[in-house]
Design a protein around this ligand. Structure first.
Ligand SMILES: [Mg+2]
Length: 380
């Protein structure tokens, strides 16, 4: 159970199709695989988001990873506190809860996977036990044009998804066309959610929400800049459509501020923002105290995160029924099992040991080579 080595490897996994959103086009997931190896020969795996610089993030993970050596896999909370303190407080650099969360998530995840494998238990069994047997996900439509997105929406509905989610924030005219064509394609009974990813100012948000409300939209996610919760609240107070906070909330403190201000009807949060499994559960608990649900957020990540988030989501009481997972956007994955294809819009709560996935080391090797041979930031 004692950690002997920590390894961090930058990887690139390409998307099936280019990913179009308010901030441009993304072609793949740049992640850092984190392996925690114990003296018993057990390997626990996690991943960190590799942007904006995989080499930069890796250097921080390597630095933090030194604090894992010689520690028990059953002491992740104190280990992670030590990592954060050493990197962001001990030298007077003081405060980086969001960036710190992004860096430390991969380590926290890998420790939990190793702990589960050591105990021969699923991670959700070590963190209180599951309160549900399945997790529902939305169909995340992909495409460049409104017609492509509408066609993808029909595919998800045929596969059993009851909630459809898409990106807008790509220009007023195109946004309205996307929403109109998706609604027309899926019919009246499917719930629609759209995400402008901070692209609107308050005036534009008011105008767009007024227009889009004609298409019976269930929720608009993070319409305005994350910087002001007051602006988000102002938009929410005047909106006939529910408003979700995504980039405005990274951790329990952010969630506390959002819910006490009444700035969001739904909190969108993932492991990579919060800092891992336990910080995610803490943030979810704060939202629960205010009677607000949590939707699992996804970044450009692989099946490793899908599995880890599945275990974390399994134990919280206020999980939304339209969650995000991103590995299905990838042309290949880093795990060989379990099968993460949705069945009627859902995945079962996964079994163990650990997070219950089998790492595909050949796929890891290919993704590492792809990362090495790619000029980061220029063609992904
Ligand atoms: Mg979002």
């Amino acid at each position: 159970m004692i950690i002997r080595n920590v390894y961090a490897t930058p990887l690139l996994v390409r998307n099936k199709v280019p990913y179009h959103w308010a901030h441009g086009v993304t072609y793949g997931a740049e992640v850092i695989l984190v392996e925690v190896k114990t003296e018993d020969g057990i390997s626990g795996y996690g991943e960190a988001i590799g942007t904006p610089s995989a080499n930069g993030i890796k250097s921080f993970i390597d630095l933090a990873g030194q604090h894992l050596i010689g520690k028990s896999v059953f002491m992740s909370r104190s280990i992670m506190s030590e990592c954060y303190h050493t990197l962001f407080q001990a030298h007077g650099t003081c405060s980086a809860p969001r960036f710190g969360g992004q860096i430390l998530t991969g380590l926290e995840m890998a420790i939990w996977d190793a702990a589960g494998k050591t105990a021969d238990r699923a991670v959700h069994e070590l963190i209180g036990g599951k309160v549900r047997n399945k997790i529902d996900y939305f169909g995340f439509i992909q495409g460049e044009t409104a017609d492509e997105l509408a066609l993808d929406a029909t595919r998800f509905v045929e596969q059993g998804c009851r909630v459809i989610y898409g990106k807008i924030g790509r220009g007023e005219k195109l946004d309205v066309e996307i929403v109109q064509k998706v609604r027309q394609a899926v019919g009246a009974s499917v719930r629609l959610r759209f995400d402008p990813n901070e692209a609107w100012d308050p005036l534009m948000a008011a105008r767009m929400i007024r227009t889009l409300s004609a298409y019976d939209i269930e929720m608009i996610e993070q319409p305005c800049s994350h910087r002001s919760l007051h602006t988000l609240r102002q938009i929410k107070e005047n909106s006939p459509i529910a408003i979700a906070a995504d980039q405005s909330v990274f951790n329990a403190t952010d969630v506390y501020n959002a819910v006490t201000l009444g700035a969001a009807d739904l909190i969108v949060l993932g492991l990579h923002e919060a800092g891992g499994v336990i910080p995610f559960i803490e943030a979810a608990t704060v939202a629960s105290a205010a009677g607000v649900n949590i939707c699992i957020h996804g970044l450009h990540e692989t099946g490793i995160t899908t599995c880890a988030a599945n275990h974390a989501a399994a134990v919280i009481h206020n999980l939304d029924d339209g969650n995000q997972y991103m590995n299905h956007l990838l042309s290949s994955d880093l795990i060989s099992s379990p099968n993460l294809s949705l069945q009627n819009g859902s995945l079962p709560v996964l079994s163990g040991p650990g997070f219950g996935f089998e790492i595909d080391l050949d796929a890891v090797g290919r993704a590492a080579e792809d990362h090495r041979s790619t000029i980061t930031g220029s063609d992904i």
